[in-house]
Structures are given as structure tokens and as C-alpha cells.
Design a protein around this ligand. Sequence first.
Ligand code: NI
Length: 173
Amino acid sequence: MPIRKIVYYPDPILLRPTEPVDEIDDSIRTLVADMIETAYAAPGVGLAANQVGVGLRLTVIDLSVGEAPDQLRVLINPRILEERGRQVEEEGCLSVPGFTAPVARPSWVRVEATDLDGKRHEIVSEGLMARAICHELDHLDGRLYLHRLSSLKRERLKKRIDRAIEQGEWARI
Ligand code: NI
């Protein structure tokens, strides 16, 4: 399966809410296979469809990055049903390469999502998995972790990113 190009901030597709997946057909199956391959190659624990330039509401998450096949989750049209608690950890994003920042997230979430077989599931998760799900669902809503920072920290980080882009350290697609 081909590795797809990852879209970098500030590409507008990252800042627009994605559209629901209507039908799980071959194009969706191919997209998912490519996204898994792309996430593993990066490497990253999760990837949202709009990060490879496709504005659809689907994401893949695998905290083991391919080491443990049972950890792979494909979330199609995911939705958060309930969230609890708070955790603050350093977070990065494949679309914002080379930068990280501490981000507050719920420590526990309950979500529902459709899998590749078209079955709707409820998934309860905590810790890193809860963080990964919230990060990816933010992507699908057109939001990056930058938007979860205080405005002061966000502006400071954006300036550093702008500088990296200007200096050509940030490979543009
Ligand atoms: Ni990300």
C-alpha cells in the first residue's frame, strides 16, 4: 500500500471540519490501508484522513505503531459520548513536525464509531488512548492541538512555527 503525503499546518484542510463517511467501499478500505501504512512509516500513533488531504470523518489509531496488531483501531464517523477527568501531557502532531506542547485533555472518554465492517462500537478508554482519540477527533473537527493552548502560548508557538517555515526547515508539500 502506498504511503500518502502528510499535510502540514497551516494547510486549510486541517482547519475545516470533515464530512461523514456515507458508505464503506473499496476507496475507503484503500484509504484506511494507506493511512495505517503512512502512520507506521512516520512514525505516529494516529492519523486523521484530513492529514492526508481527504476531508472525511475517519481516523486510525495504534499506540503500538504496528507492533501489536490487536491495538489498531479504525474509527469511522466517531463521536464522543462522554468524557471525564483531566490530564496534561506533552503532545505533538505529524502535521506540526518538530514541535510539542503540554496539552490538557480528558483522562477518560467513551466514544462510538463504525469499524471497517460497518459495525458501530462503543469504545471506553483512558490515559494515552483517551488522549490519542481526543487529538484525532479534534483533527476531524478541523482543530489542531495548537487550538487547545492558551492564546499566549498558541501565539508564541505559531511564531516559532512561522519562523521554521520561513527558514525552510519545514518541508512544504
Ligand atoms: Ni495530529
